[in-house]
Ligand binder design. Structure first.
Ligand SMILES: NC(=O)c1ccc[n+]([C@@H]2O[C@H](COP(=O)([O-])OP(=O)(O)OC[C@H]3O[C@@H](n4cnc5c(N)ncnc54)[C@H](O)[C@@H]3O)[C@@H](O)[C@H]2O)c1
Length: 464
């Protein structure tokens, strides 16, 4: 606040005028010297305390906000109240223990009188791949009654263009009994990458889209106080929604491209991983993506379906995205076929073989099994009459509690997740447990070392 009682919005450096129309830029500049008519945000409600919501709630509390985290899962809430959460990074877990301004609840009544509400609930798809917006709808209906004049509501969940304004906002209006002009509303899609040591909830830049310049400023100001990274203001909510869709579709499509190449190059006898390493030496115009036994998690195999559906509603068929989904969802079965061929070379049949799946999580060093390719591999092997063992150091409920128990006496091991523990495994280690075949579904093992051993090694796109 300056001496004249005007609130001066901070530096221009965080503003991205690139994506704003001239009209929006003028509106924004007018805002810069505008008297501040709203109070500072000091308290935040976070709806949905999962991979996205909990780190955000912890961050906000560590930055001095009073935070109330709400989740419909009362078992989870009871664990979080004891400060137990298996999916946090070690830094987040340490912070979580010392955040007295963060309370958690499954009771809607504890969720009132907060300045801002941030919605971080799942946005999955139904079995037929159509968007399932029920968690988002119910979260909006829970927040609505607590909205008062000037409350800020932010949707962080990943959605396709139009969902925030056509689905979430009307529910907020109905359940609050207020017009959309009476509260603030924005979309700030989360880009967190669980398990990533460098990029986390406060170091990843954010895009924000809002209905009005006031809403945009209100939301931007909140995130400026929360994170240590750039905040990029988009021209509309739809643009912000589309950013997240495009980011994840970009990954899905590029991974599908290398996965398709992997199958083709396996037939041709070319090591695709070496090819990608070579292509990566080009200093421009090439981004390396690597093949594997499939993509998983709550984002990459899910979000493209939101965009596909969105295109369809507008009379457009996203053939490229549909093809990418098809290629990537077949990769687990390709890994099974690689295993079958390798066993054949060892004069063994897949049916009746004993196989250890190493890794059930969808990616390295996390316990998240949502949409994991390992589950598809597991079920396909069972259908083919294989005796399956499973081991994952992060996932409870595997058939073996220790790696050595999983491997002892098996015919083959299939590495489905590149957990750090697995990446350093040597051929000698597998040999000592009597393993004949290793299928490296993540290309994370030292291929050269295996080629010089008696183990038959197969990767994905590495079978030169
Ligand atoms: N996991 C990721 O890596 C990631 C990264 C970026 C964005 N996202 C997006 O963020 C959103 C949340 O994903 P997540 O991975 O944190 O999901 P999650 O399943 O880990 O957590 C969501 C939580 O919301 C709770 N919940 C469900 N419905 C609710 C309701 N109506 N009210 C209150 N709580 C409710 C669930 O019990 C759960 O604890 C999704 O839209 C996802 O696409 C996820």
């Amino acid at each position: 606040m300056n001496a004249m009682g005007l609130y001066w919005y901070p530096e221009y450096k965080r503003r991205n005028y690139f994506s704003m129309t001239q009209e929006k830029i003028q509106q924004h500049r007018a805002l810069v010297a505008m008297p501040r008519y709203i109070n500072e945000i000091t308290s935040i409600g976070v709806v949905g305390l999962g991979y996205v919501g909990l780190p955000l709630a912890i961050l906000a509390a560590s930055r001095g906000f009073r935070v109330v985290g709400f989740d419909i899962d009362d078992v989870k809430v009871a664990q979080l109240a004891r400060r137990e959460a298996h999916f946090l990074s070690s830094e987040e877990a340490a912070l979580f223990k010392h955040t007295p301004t963060l309370s958690v609840t499954a009771n809607e009544r504890d969720f009132e009188r907060l300045d801002a509400y941030i919605i971080c609930v799942p946005t999955p798809v139904h079995e037929n791949h159509l968007p399932d917006l029920r968690p988002l709808e119910s979260a909006c209906a829970i927040v609505g009654p607590h909205i008062k004049h000037g409350t800020l509501v932010v949707i962080e969940s990943t959605v396709s263009p139009g969902v925030c304004e056509e689905v979430a906002l009307p529910i907020l209006e109905r359940s609050s009994g207020r017009s959309r002009d009476d509260f603030h509303f924005a979309h700030c899609p989360e880009r967190i990458n669980p398990g990533d040591k460098d990029w986390n909830v406060h170091t990843i830049s954010r895009v924000i889209g809002a209905r009005t310049p006031h809403d945009l400023e209100r939301a931007s100001k909140l995130y400026e106080n929360l994170i240590d990274a750039e905040i990029v203001q988009m021209g509309s909510i739809k643009e912000a929604e589309a950013v997240k869709m495009v980011e994840n579709a970009f990954r899905d499509v590029n991974i599908a491209f290398v996965n398709e190449l992997a199958i083709s190059f396996d037939r041709a006898g070319i090591d695709l991983v070496n090819v990608i390493r070579g292509a990566s030496t080009k200093p421009f115009g090439f981004v390396p993506f690597y093949p594997g036994c499939g993509v998983g998690g709550h984002c990459i195999p899910v979000d493209p379906y939101y965009l596909i559906r969105y295109g369809k509603r507008n009379g457009f068929e996203h053939r490229f995205l549909i093809a990418a989904r098809r290629v990537n969802s077949r990769m687990p079965l390709y890994a099974v076929s690689v295993l079958e061929e390798a066993l054949k070379e060892k004069k063994k049949k897949l049916s009746g073989a004993v196989v250890a799946i190493l890794g059930l999580a969808y990616k390295r060093d996390v316990p998240d099994v949502r949409e994991s390719p390992a589950a598809v591999i597991h079920d396909a092997l069972l259908r083919k009459g294989v005796a399956v063992r499973t081991f994952d150091p992060y996932v409870p409920g595997t058939t073996a509690k220790r790696l050595e128990d999983a491997l002892s006496g098996v015919d083959a091991a299939l590495v489905a997740t590149d957990h750090t523990q697995f990446c350093s495994l040597t051929p000698q280690y597998f040999e000592s447990h009597g393993v004949d075949v290793v299928v490296d579904g993540r290309n994370c093992l030292d291929k050269e070392a295996f080629m010089n051993s008696r183990i038959l090694y197969r990767g994905i796109g590495r079978n030169a």
